[in-house]
Design a protein around this ligand. Structure first.
Ligand SMILES: C[S@@+](CC[C@H](N)C(=O)[O-])C[C@H]1O[C@@H](n2cnc3c(N)ncnc32)[C@H](O)[C@@H]1O
Length: 282
């Protein structure tokens, strides 16, 4: 049982962020492990709450990793990125200024613009158009965080990730690097509902189960978050998990995720329960 104080201050907004439940996930991690691996890093909520002594974190989405790499090398760079874009945004009509930054990002995806867009876009739900992969979310209605507050947040995060190395890579490559005694935490895309998110990357849950089995066979412990009982009317979208791969499962009540709320906007929320399962290989 690992106890950490909840740390819910997000650096980035990202669909499926575990910011609200990271400490509850971590409570099920083993007391001791060598290196911590997080191959579906997203906004890094679990990594930041855990604050591991040695870690490797990765994601297939390069702009995210560009932000974390900058944060680990020189946090001041991340503050400047945000500050410059905030100043541009505030220098004229909000919709136009936001569109400028989004157009520049879409012309050449990069961490600096992505950081701003993730904080400024509607509901913090970054979406990509299916036909050309362009980031399409409109400007949100919320006020943007002032630079001084954002800078404080950057400093808090920099301390938490200072023992982590970051890489842009597929989870299979990242998991193949885990050694006996290490711990891997996987939070893959929701198999049933996230195809328009994360740049429409192809993701197959059965292949992840294969990578987990290989880790387990060589003495690497794996924890997996998986969308559990997601009941919409009579439809239950819980995916099948191979028998014998995990030793235990814990159900975490998420109380309605951001993604769910977004998708159900204008639709009926009745009968919609969201819970996450945490599967443990040990
Ligand atoms: C549910 S999100 C992770 C959210 C994260 N736990 C957080 O708190 O923000 C899933 C992540 O998997 C990444 N991803 C999708 N396919 C991948 C792949 N094949 N290899 C590595 N990462 C992948 C996406 O870019 C996305 O950031």
């Amino acid at each position: 049982m690992v106890e950490v104080t909840p740390f819910k201050r997000q650096l980035l907004k990202w669909v499926g962020s575990k910011a609200r439940v990271a400490h509850r996930i971590i409570a099920h991690f083993p007391d001791g492990f060598a290196t911590y691996h997080e191959p579906f890093l997203g906004s890094g909520a679990v990594l930041a709450a855990l604050r591991p002594e040695r870690a490797c974190a990765s994601d297939l989405f390069a702009p995210l990793i560009e932000i974390f790499t900058a944060l680990s090398r020189d946090p001041e760079v991340v503050k400047v990125w945000y500050g410059e874009r905030l100043a541009h945004f505030q220098s004229g009509p909000a919709l136009e200024r936001y569109a400028d930054i989004r157009a520049r990002y879409n012309a050449a995806p990069n961490g600096a613009d992505f950081l701003f867009l993730s904080r400024a876009c509607y509901g913090g739900v970054v979406r990509f158009r299916r036909k050309d992969g362009a980031m399409s979310t409109p400007l949100g209605a919320h006020p943007l965080m002032p630079l001084a507050r954002f800078s404080d947040r950057v400093d808090l995060w920099a301390v938490r990730i200072r023992s982590t190395t970051f890489a842009t890579c597929d989870y299979r490559e990242a998991m193949a690097r885990a050694a006996p005694g290490d711990l891997v935490y996987c939070d893959p895309p929701y198999a049933t509902s996230q195809s328009i998110l994360y740049g429409a990357q192809a993701f197959q849950l059965p292949e992840l189960f294969g990578a987990i089995a290989e880790c387990k066979a060589r003495g690497v412990r794996v924890a997996l978050s998986i969308d559990g009982a997601k009941k919409s009317g009579r439809r239950d979208c819980a995916p099948e998990v191979p028998a014998g791969l995990f030793e235990r499962a814990v159900t975490l009540d998420l109380g309605g995720s951001m993604l769910r709320r977004f998708q159900m906007e204008g639709g009926q929320m009745d009968g919609e329960e969201v819970s996450d399962r945490l599967m443990l290989s040990w």
